[in-house]
Design a protein around this ligand. Structure first.
Ligand code: SAM
Length: 306
């Protein structure tokens, strides 16, 4: 496959212009893309950099390394973005002008049958973004107790029948481990009506993926580190794809903490590290959704460090 084609099929960038415009790029500034993926956003940022400009691109998935851009302004960091603070220090960067996060998995993850992210394919129940990390989806399904499973389906998948789901999974273990997506689907499909089956399965898979990759914990740590790392006037630009992520991002931008607890000074003024750039979330227009249906659930929020 030609390089250009490969890059296009790895991932189509979402809200590209809106998000990179939101970073307020100065040609000589220092920037971080914490979710490099197919490199679509990073390439757009690099096209706006000149002498002295710098971009650090993070991705925890080694597959993303095939998209590394050969550009003197660019440095790739193969790591979880929860270690943002450490890597900025390692690269002798004190403060940055903007940080972009385009959260979740890439199309490449869903389209690669071996990674276990999609119920369209049979295969191992893996779902690790970092192939060197320990816990797989099979480990979660075969070792967590019923209550822990129910909690994760409820919290991360917002599934109404999370208790039933957990109970069916735990009962099925009596006849052996759940190893493949096919086996797992056979166990849980009877719980869902035909009509809503795809939507419900998507929620189950989302919940498992969030648990396997500790996505909420990593997001929290990254958002707090990003708040510290931005210069006054620097921008935090985040694209989310589900309500849990969006809530956490909204909270940090409004209050400076992920719980959304407002703190006030002596005079009752709200103490917050950010000023919101857009009060209403930015979403893809119809043309983008038609061209790239995976952009449908995207929400973009931008905040400026005070
Ligand atoms: C939605 S894609 C980003 C796509 C990218 N903006 C582009 O235009 O191609 C998210 C990427 O972030 C990576 N990722 C997700 N969570 C991460 C984390 N905690 N640390 C590092 N990389 C992460 C995934 O491996 C995936 O490649």
């Amino acid at each position: 496959m030609k390089k250009e084609q490969e890059e296009l099929t790895y991932h189509v960038p979402v809200l590209l212009k809106e998000s990179v415009d939101g970073m307020n790029i100065r040609p000589g500034g220092t920037y971080v893309d914490v979710t490099f993926g197919g490199g679509g956003h990073s390439r757009e940022i690099l096209s706006r950099l000149e002498k002295g400009g710098r971009l650090l691109g993070f991705d925890q998935d080694e597959d993303a390394e095939r998209n590394i851009v050969n550009d003197p302004h660019f440095t790739f960091v193969r790591s979880n973005f929860r270690y943002l603070h450490n890597f900025l220090r390692y690269h002798e960067i004190e403060k940055v002008d903007a940080i972009l996060a385009d959260l979740g998995v890439s199309s490449h993850h869903f389209d690669d049958s071996e990674r276990g992210f999609s119920f369209r394919f049979d295969g191992a129940l893996d779902m690790r973004m970092n192939k060197r990390a320990g816990l797989t989806a099979a480990d979660v399904l075969n070792t967590y107790d019923e209550e822990r499973l129910a909690d994760l389906f409820y919290l991360y998948g917002e599934l109404k029948n999370s208790r039933k789901l957990a109970s069916v999974i735990v009962k099925s273990r009596a006849s052996g481990q759940i190893k493949t997506i096919g086996e797992f689907l056979e166990i849980i499909k009877p719980l869902f009506g035909r009509e809503r089956e795809k939507k419900e399965l998507a929620k189950v898979f989302q919940a498992l993926r969030i648990e396997v990759n500790q996505e909420m914990e990593a997001l929290k740590e990254m958002l707090l580190a990003a708040t510290e790392a931005l210069k006054p006037g620097g921008r935090l630009v985040v694209i989310t794809y589900h309500s849990l992520e969006d809530r956490m991002v909204k909270n940090i931008m409004k209050t400076g903490n992920v719980e959304g607890k407002a703190t006030q000074d002596f005079f009752g003024n709200l103490q917050t590290p950010f000023k919101l750039v857009n009060n209403k979330v930015i979403v893809p227009n119809e043309e983008e959704i038609e061209r790239n249906p995976r952009s449908r659930s995207a929400k973009l929020r931008i905040a400026e460090k005070k």
